[in-house]
Design a protein around this ligand. Structure first.
Ligand code: NAD
Length: 638
């Protein structure tokens, strides 16, 4: 192929991009040629290392060849893009995990798709002219080709900053941010490459290394960390808006050019990925969720039109400024089920699933849909798509790599665990996703350890909708090994898994979260009832509070007033949703935990008493927990 030159020279597998007139932009065919070459050389004893370089002074590789993506996408063919990205990402992972040294020489621009081949090897060399960037948010995409892994590992909040501003990195800044390793003036490259080809020894790189001129990022790190620490894109924008400094204003200007949905997803992706369970496959799988939907639901086609095709530079993004709703971000990043990005060595797991009720049923169905072999058991007669039902917990657990439980309470969990632990194979993991008391979680952990098994307590938030849509949040406790084993399954059933600490830490996090939720729901409902009595319109109350300091998840995302705010159980006669009796259960768990830990929780105690009154003595049983509002509405001060 004339766009790429693949050969073996001396001890080196050589890949040279030979398309300088197009800034060495990567086409699908170039991508596949690299993939094939890497596969051929993996087992070839004549090849000790791989060298990647490019012709021309302007760019190593300025990105993916997007013209073809645009053409097919605007014609309504989204499959071409999905196949392109899927195969490119698999090649990126292959290169990242390559068992031999991979050395890249990155002159001029290395952007987007260029980062995917140039910045994942073991030795990444930059020179005076190097300019590295992830500019995808400017065209309605997100940093991809594994770029989110580098961004999530960058010091402080540099990842968020570079991801959403698309800032260009000179050699020193590229090394600081983790896109490159070594600075060597370009004049020395030809000799160095000859040495590498002849010897097959990457040690020659270190002997040529020099110090680059300091770049501007080091001095800006304090400002970056301060402004980019927020939870969402909106937090970052608010922080910058409130600062008149040159840095803040320049940064805002850069952000204002880019696609809001892309930037909001980029921030969310970096937050999800940062942490001990980060891997290249995890980053690419998350990126693929966005790119899979980018043409149909994102700003990608409009971004390409404005920047590359019409060049009018005035894209009409689907959201304005800071107003990207959380739900839009979740939709772009929710798991893809059977279409998820997979990697060749991954094999289906055998999973036993016990407790297939409102939550467990759809969770098990999502695992089966993703290609796993799921065997289920429930006391009740249930039928779940793709799940083979058997007649006991022990039968479901036999020979399984993982057993998942989703049960009503701690005593049932202990009884089920006593039944399944002896049936499980050594090294398998028991994952309890029920909400139970911390003591039960720790007791089951001790029993699994004694049997040579792993355990994770992983209660969830997100409710029945989250279970069905695969958008749950898991709060997990257990060893790093146990969490690592469970994590790929969390990725299928949910959008986020936080490793909170040792066994029991997941339940502790869940209990604390739901204590806040119960108290906040009561506060929101009583404030609405008070507003009614003061003659304040409910919509006006929502408009003010949802954007003022009284805002909360219960007001903004789950508003208890019918017809106000987003759709919620209030709009469906308070059918749950999240039942008031389940909230009572969680509040009781919180007070039980507070007692055993000697913690003072007066608001939690009051919330428990109110929900107990509502569920046990009034008409709260079977109602959503937000039905506290009609309860308060009917009452006076007595
Ligand atoms: P559910 O009652 O619908 O499901 C529980 C299932 O467990 C039922 O199908 C039941 O038959 C089965 N079961 C009970 N004992 C069993 C046993 N010994 N062996 C096998 N199966 C048994 O309840 P759910 O709403 O799915 O909730 C499950 C757990 O998830 C609870 O701990 C709950 O607190 C938690 N949770 C629920 C929500 C929600 O919105 N529903 C949200 C977050 C967490």
């Amino acid at each position: 192929m004339s766009d790429i030159d693949i050969r073996v020279t001396g001890r080196a597998g050589r890949i040279t991009l030979t398309r300088p007139h197009a800034l060495n932009a990567m086409s699908y065919d170039m991508c596949m040629a690299i993939d094939t070459a890497l596969r051929n050389w993996r087992e070839d004893d004549a090849v000790d290392l791989i060298i990647l370089d490019a012709e021309g002074d302007k760019a190593f590789c300025a990105g993916g060849d997007i013209a073809e993506l645009y053409e097919t996408g605007t014609a309504g063919n989204f499959d071409f893009g999905r196949t392109f990205w899927r195969d490119e990402y698999r090649m990126n992972a292959f290169l990242f995990e390559y068992p031999k040294p991979v050395i890249s020489f990155l002159q001029g621009f290395t952007m987007g798709g260029g980062v995917g081949i140039g910045c994942h090897g073991s030795h990444r060399v930059v020179c005076e002219s190097s300019k590295i960037a992830m500019p995808e948010c400017g065209i309605g995409l997100v940093p991809d080709v594994g770029g989110t892994l580098i961004l999530a590992l960058a010091p402080g909040r540099l990842g968020e900053y570079l991801g959403i501003t698309a800032g260009r990195l000179g050699p020193d800044d590229a090394i600081l941010a983790g896109f490159a390793d070594t600075y060597i003036p370009q004049a020395q490259w030809a000799d160095l490459i000859e040495l590498l080809e002849a010897s097959g020894d990457p040690a020659h790189i270190a002997t040529h290394a020099q110090d680059p001129e300091p770049g501007p990022l080091r001095a800006a790190q304090i400002d970056i960390d301060r402004h980019f620490a927020g939870e969402t894109l909106g937090d970052i924008q608010n922080s910058l808006t409130g600062d008149e400094s040159e840095f803040a204003q320049k940064t805002l200007k850069a952000i204002n050019r880019n696609s809001p949905i892309s930037m909001a997803c980029t921030v969310e992706m970096i937050h999800r990925l940062r942490g001990p369970s980060l891997s290249i496959r995890k980053a690419l799988e998350l990126e693929y969720r966005f790119t899979y939907r980018a043409m149909e639901h994102g700003d990608f086609l409009e971004g390409i039109r404005a920047q590359i095709i019409d060049k009018d530079r005035t894209p009409k993004w689907q959201f304005a400024g800071t107003s990207v709703p959380t739900v839009a971000v979740s939709k772009m990043l929710q798991p893809l089920g059977a279409d998820a990005l997979t990697f060749e060595e991954e094999k289906a797991m055998k999973i036993g699933f016990i407790g297939l009720g409102n939550m467990g049923g759809p969770m098990a169905a999502n695992l089966a849909k993703a290609g796993h072999d799921v065997v289920g058991f429930d006391m009740a007669e249930v039928n779940i798509d793709g799940v083979t039902m058997v007649s006991s917990g022990a039968e479901a657990a036999a020979g399984a790599d993982a057993v998942i439980t989703m049960l009503p309470n701690g005593s049932i969990l202990r009884a089920v665990a006593a039944d399944v632990i002896p049936a499980m194979s050594k090294g398998a993991v028991l994952i309890d996703c029920s909400t139970v008391d911390v003591d039960s979680a720790r007791a089951v952990d001790a029993d699994t350890q004694a049997a040579g098994l792993l355990f994770v307590d992983a209660p969830v938030s997100g409710g029945i909708g989250g279970a069905a849509g695969g958008t749950l949040t898991f709060m997990a406790g257990g060893s790093a090994e146990a969490f690592g084993k469970a994590d790929p399954l969390f990725d299928i059933m949910g959008q986020k898994a936080v490793h909170c600490g040792d066994a029991g830490a997941g339940q502790a996090a869940k209990i604390c979260n739901n204590m806040i939720l119960g108290v906040t729901m009561i506060a929101t409902c009583e404030a609405f009832a008070l507003a009614d009595k003061l003659g304040l319109d409910r919509q006006k109350m929502f408009d003010v509070v949802s954007t003022s300091s009284g805002y909360s998840w219960t007001m903004n995302a789950y508003c208890p007033a019918p017809g106000v705010g987003p759709q919620s159980p209030a709009d469906n006669d308070y059918q749950p949703g999240f039942a008031a009796d389940l909230m009572l259960k969680d509040l009781r768990l919180s007070q039980q935990a507070a007692e055993s830990a000697d913690a003072d929780t007066p608001m939690g105690a009051l919330a428990q008493a109110l929900y107990a009154q509502f569920v046990e003595n009034e008409d709260g049983l079977g109602m959503d927990f937000s039905a506290m509002l009609p309860r308060f509405e009917k009452r006076g001060r007595e």
